[in-house]
Structures are given as structure tokens and as C-alpha cells.
Design a protein around this ligand. Structure first.
Ligand SMILES: [Zn+2]
Length: 72
């Protein structure tokens, strides 16, 4: 069985639990406070990455033509 990570909606406790595929963990309870229906936590690398934006201040690429010659 796969191991999923859950976060309690009451005390933000994070814990892992073995669940069957397709089980959403509604029957789980928080080991810290006993609150039911913890939120499933997805891979940490997928969350929070939005905080990193593209570096600002990058100069736009100027249209630079490298035409040489021109004098037939
Ligand atoms: Zn809790």
C-alpha cells in the first residue's frame, strides 16, 4: 500500500498513513488532536514553488541584426 502524507486541518499536524489506492483518508484521525478528515498533502516539491518568480530586471533581447557588408 502506498504511503500518503496528511495534514490535520485543526492543528496542522502532519503525519503519514498507509492508504489503499483511491482512499482519500476520510477515516483517518489526527494523532495529535484526534480531528477527523485530514487534508492530503501532495508532494512538497509541487507546492510552494510558485513563490519563486522569474528574475526581474532582465533586459529584453534587443533586435540585433548582424548584417555585414551591404555594399554590393
Ligand atoms: Zn490535529
Amino acid at each position: 500500500m502506498p504511503l500518503y502524507e496528511y495534514q490535520c486541518s485543526g492543528c496542522d499536524e502532519r503525519f503519514e498513513a498507509l492508504q489503499r489506492i483511491g482512499d482519500d483518508g476520510k477515516d483517518l484521525t489526527c494523532p495529535a488532536c484526534g480531528k477527523r478528515k485530514p487534508n492530503k498533502v501532495f508532494s512538497t516539491f509541487a507546492a510552494g514553488s510558485a513563490a519563486h518568480g522569474a528574475p526581474q530586471g532582465a533586459a529584453p533581447a534587443a533586435p540585433h541584426s548582424c548584417q555585414s557588408g551591404g555594399f554590393g
